[in-house]
Design a protein around this ligand. Structure first.
Ligand SMILES: Nc1ncnc2c1ncn2[C@@H]1O[C@H](COP(=O)(O)OP(=O)(O)OP(=O)(O)O)[C@@H](O)[C@H]1O
Ligand SMILES: [Mg+2]
Length: 307
């Protein structure tokens, strides 16, 4: 009895310690989330002109037409990957897709490019359902989009000039002079000196420069839509900032509609008009960075706390 009592009290003390520990753990997590959210708020405040611009963009976007629309999309490979995924990107918007590895972010870009077709639901570009298009029709739609692949994915044996000229040779009737003018214009847009880099091979460039060339190639054919898969992965914070600003510049100066897949929540908060969070096959959040930072949703707080 006495033993039992001691055991109980021992257990009680242990339980209390465990509760205290958990409470402390929770407080630490809460503090961490708070710190991250405060940092994000600071980041947004630092970017006040961008935020204001974004607000103006959003006001405009409210009235503008849907450029990309996923409507109740289901897709499975061996197992279901996307279930009932819907979102709309309006003219001039930058939608950022975030989520853990393997949640279907790149797959979503492939659906927009119509490299994949949903099992159920539809994907529309400028109001046209692209799910039922023939191969040739799909190519024509794809040409209105510029894609910046994960890791830039440049052709290693081709010069920077040939890399950027490639989509123009494939999809346009531009002559050599026009191609050169276009390549120079795009390199200048991404802040690279054409005379310096045009004849270089991708291997001679830094990681940040390669990403810029990837963007220049993606935008070579003046697309209405730009899709980026992890445009800042593997870059140092400074270069990440440069690429983020470039994506914003494309949106502002050319009014391009963009979808950006990114792990880098800081750059996401700087460039997104709205953020889509993918988790367990579904979009669990779709809203502005401000709404995301202010959300009390436990998953979102954990997600942001992880950064
Ligand atoms: N062609 C395919 N055939 C079979 N399974 C695939 C195929 N493409 C992707 N998957 C699977 O679909 C899931 C989502 O892949 P996806 O590449 O879209 O993820 P992700 O969110 O981009 O991940 P990461 O952040 O690692 O790039 C993964 O489990 C992947 O293994
Ligand atoms: Mg991916």
């Amino acid at each position: 009895m006495t033993d039992d009592g001691r055991d109980e009290s021992g257990k009680g003390a242990a339980n209390k310690r465990e509760q205290d520990r958990r409470g402390e753990g929770r407080r630490i997590t809460e503090r961490k989330s708070e710190t991250v959210r405060a940092a994000i708020r600071d980041e947004l405040a630092d970017d006040a002109p961008e935020s204001e611009q974004r607000a103006a963009d959003k006001a405009e976007a409210g009235e503008s037409a849907a450029v990309i629309a996923l409507d109740h999309v289901f897709l499975a490979f061996d197992t279901p990957i996307l279930e009932d995924v819907s979102f709309v990107a309006r003219q001039g918007e930058t939608i950022c897709i975030v989520g853990e590895s393997g949640t279907g972010k790149s797959t979503t870009l492939k659906l927009i490019l119509r490299l994949l077709v949903p099992d159920k639901g539809s994907v529309s570009i400028n109001g046209e359902d692209i799910t039922g298009l023939t191969f040739e029709e799909a190519l024509a739609v794809r040409q209105r989009m510029g894609m910046v692949f994960q890791g830039a994915a440049l052709f290693d044996s081709m010069s920077v000039f040939e890399n950027i000229a490639y989509p123009l040779r494939e999809h346009t009737d531009l002559d050599e002079d026009e191609i050169e003018t276009r390549v120079r214009e795009k390199l200048a847009f991404v802040d690279l000196d054409p005379d310096r880099v045009m004849e270089q091979l991708p291997s001679e460039l830094s990681g940040g420069m390669r990403k810029r060339v990837g963007i220049a190639r993606g935008m070579a054919d003046n697309p209405e839509i730009m899709l980026y898969d992890e445009p800042t992965s593997g870059l140092d914070p400074l270069t990440t900032g440069t690429i983020t600003r470039l994506i914003l510049k494309l949106q502002r100066e050319l009014n391009v509609t963009s979808v950006v897949v990114s792990h880098d929540i800081r750059s996401v908060f700087r460039m997104a008009t709205r953020v889509a969070v993918l988790n367990e096959r579904k979009i669990v959040f779709f809203g502005t960075p401000e709404e995301m930072a202010a959300s009390d949703d436990i998953y979102l707080r954990d997600f942001l706390g992880g950064y």
